[in-house]
Design a protein around this ligand. Structure first.
Ligand code: SF4
Ligand code: SF4
Length: 402
């Protein structure tokens, strides 16, 4: 379908009105398209810094934030839209940043109605759409931040079969869009996003606008590079299980979830390391698979959700074979390291159970390993004054947990 919009009233950027810091305050105009308000909920739970800290202006280096939000502002109706008219006329006493939540819906196919309304024209009573406000305000803004996967990529409203021709903010504004400060559209994806990811990004942009830091680094898709450069898998608390080839059979198991349909090995998201709220929670921490919600291909390219990804069978089978061997070798070492030297030479403590010394291949493995470990000392375990052969008993217990 063709691009959408009403660009006739777009305002040309007036960079003479705005300069890089120092700023006492900055306006944050939060507008909503095709959205569930989940992004708003996420951001209110952010802690580094908290929204309240930005509003109070107590974060060093950051201007105080005046929030003009569709849900949490106390003004309603004409009092609320008054702020937007002032921004359009350049009458606000500080620069403004737009944050857009939700996908951009095609108003040209809405017939006599509209998808996303946001106030009325005070003279004519005509409904103004959210999209029209974006047309009016984006060129004069200091920055446009798309929050959530719907705003960043189109998200669920933009998935196959959508009747609203939904798309991303950057699809709508175009790849050449730059704010009046020269900032391209910034994308903070996630469904819902980690609230701290948004706040941290907004704070980094504000530091730039305040003249105290360079423009943050964004990747080729406009994501904050320091937040979305790694895959979920690399920081997943279950990654050790994957490496050792141990996989969950059903939800509730503690092992790696890849065979239940986890896409973590290919998905760029930092929730595994950052947590969801104040360092707590997160998908794998709570037992859930990664469904790729931060990615441009979500949800279509990750469907049907819950089915094993085609490529992961190859890697999990390999991991099962190689990791299974390594896991057994580690077990041998672990049993050895779980013993004091005293226990090996003398009687075990009260906590020890009856054990037998290593036999057969295991005994050979230990002997070779010990020789190698102490090879710089001549091949003997001189620290303990004996070789492994002399340690005798208490090495292995029956009924072990591989
Ligand atoms: S649960 Fe997913 S992200 Fe975590 S280790 Fe397994 S495949 Fe990787
Ligand atoms: S781990 Fe996957 S499902 Fe969870 S937030 Fe990140 S991208 Fe979304």
């Amino acid at each position: 379908m063709a691009p959408i919009g009403i660009r006739s009233r777009a305002v040309e950027p007036d960079s003479s009105r705005i300069r890089l810091g120092p700023l006492e305050k900055i306006y944050l105009i939060w507008m909503v398209g095709g959205s569930c308000d989940g992004c708003t909920v996420s951001v209110t739970a952010a802690t580094h810094p908290r929204v309240e800290h930005l509003l109070a202006g107590i974060v060093p280096g950051l201007p105080r934030v005046e929030l003009i939000h569709t849900v949490v502002s106390t003004e309603v109706g004409p009092e609320w839209t008054h702020n937007l008219f002032m921004a359009e006329r350049g009458e606000l006493d500080a620069p403004y940043v737009i944050t857009w939540e939700g996908s951009i819906m095609d108003e040209s196919i809405a017939g006599d109605g509209y998808w996303m309304g946001l106030g009325e024209d005070p003279q004519t009573g005509r409904q103004i759409t959210s999209l029209e406000w974006l047309d009016r305000l984006a060129p004069g803004s200091a920055a446009v931040i798309a929050i959530g996967t719907c705003a960043s990529w189109g998200g669920i409203p933009g998935s196959k079969g959508n009747v609203t021709n939904s798309m991303a903010v950057m699809d709508y504004l175009g790849k050449d869009f730059r704010s009046s400060f020269g900032v391209p559209v910034v994308n903070v994806p996630g469904c819902a996003p980690v609230g701290d990811n948004y706040i941290e990004t907004a704070a980094a942009v504000c530091l730039f606008l305040n003249g105290l830091a360079p423009l943050p680094e964004f990747d080729e898709l406009g994501r904050p590079a320091w937040l979305f450069g790694e895959t979920v898998h690399r920081h997943c608390p279950r990654a050790g299980y994957y490496e050792e080839g141990v996989f969950a059979r059903e939800y509730g198991d503690k092992e790696c979830l890849v065979e239940l349909g986890c896409w973590g090995p290919v998905v760029q998201c930092n929730i595994a390391e950052r947590g969801n709220v104040d360092g707590h929670g997160g998908c794998m921490q709570m037992g859930g698979i990664c469904i790729g919600c931060t990615m441009p291909g979500f949800p279509d390219k990750f469907s049907p959700i819950g089915e094993i990804a085609p490529g992961s069978l190859i890697s999990s089978t390999t991991s099962r074979a190689v990791g299974g061997f390594i896991r057994r070798m580690r077990y041998l070492s672990r049993v050895d390291k779980n013993m004091t030297v005293r226990w090996e030479k003398d009687s075990p403590s009260a906590w020890s159970r009856g054990k037998t010394g290593p036999r057969g291949a295991v005994k050979v493995v230990h002997k070779v390993y010990s020789k190698y470990q102490h090879s710089h000392e001549g091949g003997n375990d001189k620290f303990h004054g004996e070789t492994h052969e002399g340690r005798g008993r208490n090495r292995f217990e029956a009924g072990h947990n591989w």
